[in-house]
Structures are given as C-alpha cells and as structure tokens.
Design a protein around this ligand. Structure first.
Ligand code: NAD
Length: 426
C-alpha cells in the first residue's frame, strides 16, 4: 500500500478547540494564541473554572477567537468536537481519555493534535489509524521532545550522515515525581489513580522514543519489530510515604505497582536496537538520555556530548567544550536558528513546546504534511501495552504491530523543515 502522506488544503486561519485546560492545556492555549493565524475557538474541561481563567487571560491579552466554553460534565467536550467553528481539536486531557476524544473528533471531521500517549491499547491504536485514514484528516501526537534543541541537533547530525550508519539509540524518561505525594490536590489525586503508576512496563514511553524514531526514520524505511521489557521492584514511593505521612493517609494506603526502573529494548527490521528507561521514582537527576550511535559517531545528552571518528569504526573521544560548541553552532537545526529566540521567550520545556506548535501551524497554514502522523502515534503509543505484556511475562519478546501495513518499506524519510516567521506574520 502507499504510505499516507496526508496534507490538508492550506488554512489561512486555524480555529483550535482545546480539551482539558489543566497544566498542559492552559500553557498550550497561552502559547498557541500568540502564533499568528491561530484562534482559540473553544475550550472544554470538566472544571468550568479552568476554562474561565484561561478565557480571562486571553481577553486581557487581546488574543483572537470566540473562546466558547463547553464545561462542567464528563462529556461536555463532545459539543466542542461537534462545533462547526472548530477546525482542529487539541487534546490535553488525562491520558486514559485521549483515544475516545481523538476518535470522536476525527469522526466529527476535525484535525486532531493530542498529548502523549495517543492510545493505551493495541485495539485503540488500530481504530485510530483506520478512522484517520477514512476521515482524511491530520492526527498527530504532540511529542514535544522531538522539537528539543538537542534532539533537533541530533536529528540533523543523523540526517547529514555525520554519525554514519545508525545502529543503536538510548532514550529515557527519568523524572522524579515522588514529591507529588505532598500535594493532596485534584491533579495529584488523579495522577496517583492513573494507570501510569499502577501498570507493568513503560507507561510513558514517547518522550524517550519519539526523537529516536525520527533519527532512525522508523515507519519510513525501518520499523520497530519486537520489544523486551523488565521492571525493577517498586520501592521509592512507599518508602517516601512511610517517611512522610501517617499510617492511615491515602499516601500510605496506596499500593504502587510500576517498578522504580523499567528498561525496555526494541529491535528494528534493519537490525538496530533502541534501549529505553522509565523511572518516576528515582533520586537520579532528570534525564531523557537521548543517545544516538552510528558507525562514525555518537551523540549523547545530559550533558550534551559528541564524538566523531574519521572513518567508520574509527576511534573517537568526546569533544572538548570549545569543539562541541563549534559543532553545535554549525549543525544546529535551521528551525532552532529561526525560532530559538522566540522559543526562549514563549517557551515551555526549554522552548520545545513553542517550536512544536510553530511547526504544525506552519505546515497546516501552508498545506504541508505534518512531521509526525497517525502511524507514528500508533506505533510509538503501542509500546505502552506491548512493554507491559513483555514485563508481565518476565521479559519475553513481544511482536510490535506494523500499523503502516508494509508501507514503511517505501515511505520517504520525513524532512523536518524550517518555518518563515515573516510569512507567518510575526
Ligand atoms: N508532553 C509533555 O511534556 C507532557 C507533560 C505533562 C503531561 N503530559 C500529558 O498531558 C496530558 C494532561 O496532563 P496535565 O499535566 O495537563 O494534567 P492536568 O490534570 O493538569 O490537566 C488535565 C485537565 O483535564 C481535565 N479533564 C479531566 N477529565 C475531563 C473530561 N472528561 N473532559 C474535559 N476535561 C477533563 C481536568 O479537569 C484537567 O483540567 C496527559 O495526558 C499527560 O500525559 C504531557
């Protein structure tokens, strides 16, 4: 079959409806409302107050859009999807709701942008692929880490061929969230009821995996074939609770299942390996690891380091600071050269959230395919159930579905391009 390189007709004005105006949703509304051509058409949340606060901010800043509010009930968001004045539905609700919201919005004829992960089961992932193909609409997962400055630098090194033949990568989401137990508020209560802390496997894989798949052109010349996954014991959450809270507290009564460290390894059709780690319970400092290794070189982040050999298989040392800085300037991705200053101002996670939003806006306004599509959403998200299955079975290999149905063999690699700020209206 032919790979769906879907592109919609150019859109001069993009009317966005946001579902889930919590931490991510509020910042997404604020960020995107500053990009020319984007209008905040509507917002939906279980809690009306969240939408009202965001609306008040938008009005104070004079940001465009009707700013309609659909709030107060579990399914108020459906009215936003059915609203003829909404072109794009931007989902920032809790993860277990993503698939239902994506499917409903696609069936209502909307383009969909969704927070991570885009699906939590294989059935959901297939249904999203099939519904998207039928609807002929965009459906992109908002994997912001693909747009980090160092990730785009590494993407550029890989695609310029400076690392040689790519053979291996490592990624991670090592982010201590144990402290969230201290805050007994709405969001944290929900967080500790969420599957992310009570499932086997890697329950939050896409920050680690997304950038690596773009380096390796996964789904466009290669594909992830199988995974093995194992978790350590779960200890840090309970030990923290025991040290901090009384015996009858909800923190002490909670039984944490997700291991303090999950390690998964994926093998691709072209024989590459991808190692991923997931830990939200470790004193180990924050890291997405972000390592990409080829026959001629290796880049690794946290802190950023680069080693380049003269010949494939040649010896190489990490560059010193001056040499690395020279390489960073020389091979910085054009998008970061263009947007780095604005990203630093309008930011989100070191600027990458803004760069991500800028890029999909540019693509939609110019009728271009998006950098990531529904096949990426499905295959990256499929790591949630497949790593859980492997982990539950003591680390046995689990086959990963080919959501492109063979089209990965002939699909062209994605070329993440630049944007023109003046043409966008900045
Ligand atoms: N990409 C990233 O860097 C990143 C970072 C954090 C979270 N996330 C993802 O973003 C999503 C949201 O996370 P968050 O931290 O903003 O959570 P949050 O709890 O702060 O926000 C979620 C919002 O959704 C609302 N909501 C709940 N049920 C709803 C319903 N039925 N209809 C409408 N609204 C509903 C809640 O009231 C809340 O305001 C999650 O899926 C998470 O995985 C991504």
């Amino acid at each position: 079959m032919e790979r769906n390189r879907y592109a919609a007709p150019p859109m001069e004005k993009i009317r966005v409806g946001f579902i889930g105006i919590g931490e991510r949703g509020t910042t997404a509304v604020f960020r995107t409302s500053g990009i020319p051509g984007v209008e905040t058409a509507a917002m939906a949340d279980l809690r009306p107050r969240q939408c009202e606060n965001a609306k008040a901010w938008l009005e104070e800043k004079g940001r465009p859009g009707a700013k309609k509010i659909h709030a107060g009930a579990e399914e108020s968001w459906k009215a936003l999807c059915d609203d003829p004045d909404v072109d794009v539905v931007y989902v920032t609700a809790p993860a277990p709701l993503h698939a239902r919201m994506e499917l409903y919005a696609l069936r209502a004829g909307k383009h969909v942008l969704t927070e991570v992960p885009g699906a939590r089961t294989i059935d959901e992932a297939w249904e999203i692929v099939e519904t998207c193909e039928k609807a002929r609409r965009h459906c992109m997962m908002l994997e912001n880490c693909c747009y980090g400055e160092m990730e785009m630098f590494a993407w550029n090194l890989a695609h310029k061929g400076l690392l040689g033949t790519l053979v291996h990568a490592e990624g991670g989401y090592v982010h201590n969230l144990v402290w969230r137990q201290q805050e007994d508020d709405f969001r944290n209560r929900r967080f500790f009821d969420a599957p992310e802390v009570h499932d086997f496997g890697n329950t939050y894989p896409t920050h680690a995996l997304g950038p690596i798949c773009l380096y390796m052109d996964v789904n466009r010349g290669d594909r992830m074939e199988r995974i093995v996954s194992m978790s350590s014991l779960a200890a840090a959450h309970s030990e923290y609770a025991a040290a901090k809270f009384p015996p009858d507290s909800w923190q002490r009564r909670t039984r944490w299942r997700t291991g303090d460290m999950n390690t998964s390894i994926i093998r691709t059709a072209r024989g590459r390996t991808i190692m991923m780690q997931y830990s939200i319970d470790s004193p180990r400092p924050y890291s997405r690891i972000n390592l990409i290794q080829g026959t001629k070189g290796c880049f690794c982040d946290y802190p950023p380091r680069l080693a380049l050999a003269d010949v494939p298989g040649g010896e190489a040392e990490w560059m010193d600071d001056a040499a690395f800085e020279k390489a960073r300037r020389e091979h910085m991705h054009p998008l970061w050269k263009t947007a780095g200053e604005l990203a630093a101002r309008d930011g989100g996670h070191g600027g990458m959230d803004f760069v991500m939003d800028l890029r999909w806006v540019w693509c939609m306004r110019n009728g271009l395919p998006l950098d990531m599509d529904v096949y990426d959403l499905a295959s990256w998200s499929s790591i949630v159930p497949c790593s859980a299955e492997s982990d539950r079975r003591g680390g046995e290999p689990v086959e990963l579905p080919d959501f492109t149905r063979g089209a990965w063999r002939t699909a062209e690699p994605t070329s993440i391009g630049d944007v023109d700020l003046a043409k966008l209206g900045f």
